[in-house]
Write a protein that binds this ligand. Structure first.
Ligand SMILES: Cc1cc2nc3c(=O)[nH]c(=O)nc-3n(C[C@H](O)[C@H](O)[C@H](O)COP(=O)(O)OP(=O)(O)OC[C@H]3O[C@@H](n4cnc5c(N)ncnc54)[C@H](O)[C@@H]3O)c2cc1C
Length: 317
């Protein structure tokens, strides 16, 4: 932190956010893969309003910003992230009736799986698929997360979004342009320029008996335990290519159990890459490069990463 502007930027954030703002924070403990370098600047926000204030200020000061939800769908480079990482802990939730349905409004930093549990105990169905999906409502809205045949596109009525240079706007489900693990916001990733930020989401729920919802959720949890490894990972590394399962392709390429440094392709599910021995981000990257190349060579399929690479990465080729 030696340039004059940066010192001014730090001072401005400190004045507004106090100790919630820090400099040089390791991101490894805030990501599910438990790898990654430092965030140059790091801020924890605890309300939608604080989130909005933070991104507006970063945008005005021309500081690159990155919204960190649960860190369960990203791989942060060892070199870390320049600019400001905003860790989203805005968690307010409310419910209202809407005809035969209920609408849940959740701030984007709410933990998705906890929200699904809260809905079940209230006898509100629709979000059971999200039990056991790590991360936040915001991350799921961006990535159209899903499981067991359900996904965010099936629940979302509207999303309140902060847009750089525009301000706050409500997006309808259609405007999110949802597809398999994809949305209009996810397609911004990797492009230069400031990104849109999800502040809150309105989700549609339907009253159902609590026992029915609990039984469904328990079934999903059991299936997850049976098929997925425990331990630090980013979940599915690759999207399922059309007509294939990524895990099946990686397993068929003979890579189950394959290891680079402290990272291993899971013996239980070959699309899960587990950090079981203090892996580095580079170990995991080498592992997914090997899987991608092997699958392409052996089956002619070019898999697409489901996980987003964040920070500064050096690619030789
Ligand atoms: C063990 C395990 C199991 C998993 N199982 C599943 C599964 O069954 N189904 C599934 O779909 N996924 C699964 N995942 C992946 C992951 O849980 C989801 O993609 C999740 O929705 C990511 O949310 P997050 O808050 O962790 O996002 P992060 O990883 O923090 O962020 C992901 C991206 O979204 C952006 N983002 C986050 N919040 C906001 C916001 N408020 N506004 C704008 N951008 C935002 C980030 O900037 C980043 O670009 C699994 C992961 C793990 C580790």
């Amino acid at each position: 932190m030696n340039s004059e502007t940066t010192v001014q930027q730090v001072t401005q954030f400190r004045e507004i956010f106090g100790d919630d703002f820090r400099v040089g924070v390791s991101l490894a403990r805030y990501t599910s893969a438990r790898v990654g370098g430092l965030a140059e600047m790091f801020l924890v926000v605890k309300s939608g309003r604080a989130l909005q204030t933070a991104v507006s200020l970063a945008y005005t000061l021309d500081i690159p910003y990155f919204i960190l939800g649960g860190g369960s769908n990203i791989l942060v480079s060892e070199a870390g992230v320049r600019g400001l990482v905003i860790m989203n802990k805005a968690k307010a939730v409310s419910f209202r009736h809407s005809g035969a349905h209920m609408v849940c409004t959740a701030e984007s930093g709410m933990n998705l799986s906890s929200l699904a549990r809260q809905c079940i105990t209230k006898g509100l169905g629709g979000l059971e698929w999200a039990i056991g999906v790590p991360g936040t409502v915001g991350g799921a809205v961006v990535g159209n997360s899903g499981a067991h045949g359900g996904d965010m596109s099936g629940n979302l009525l509207a999303a309140t979004i902060w847009e750089p240079g525009v301000g706050v706007r409500v997006y309808s489900a259609e405007e999110m342009e949802y597809a398999y693990r994809d949305s209009v916001l996810k397609r911004e990733h990797g492009r230069p320029g400031a990104r849109r930020v999800v502040l809150a989401a309105e989700l549609k729920l339907t009253p159902e008996p609590v026992e029915v919802l609990m039984a469904r959720a328990d079934g999903f949890t059991a299936r997850r335990k049976q098929t997925q490894p425990a331990g630090a990972s980013v979940g599915s590394m690759f999207k399922n290519p059309e007509n294939y399962f990524a895990g099946y392709l990686i397993e068929s390429a003979g890579l189950k159990g394959y290891r680079v440094g402290g990272a291993q392709i899971s013996e239980k599910h070959a699309n899960f890459f587990v950090n079981d021995e203090e892996a580095t981000a580079d170990d995991i990257r080498a592992l997914f490069a090997e899987a991608w190349n092997s699958v392409r060579e052996q089956f002619g399929v070019e898999m697409e990463l489901e996980v987003e690479l964040v920070g500064d990465w050096k690619f030789e080729d």
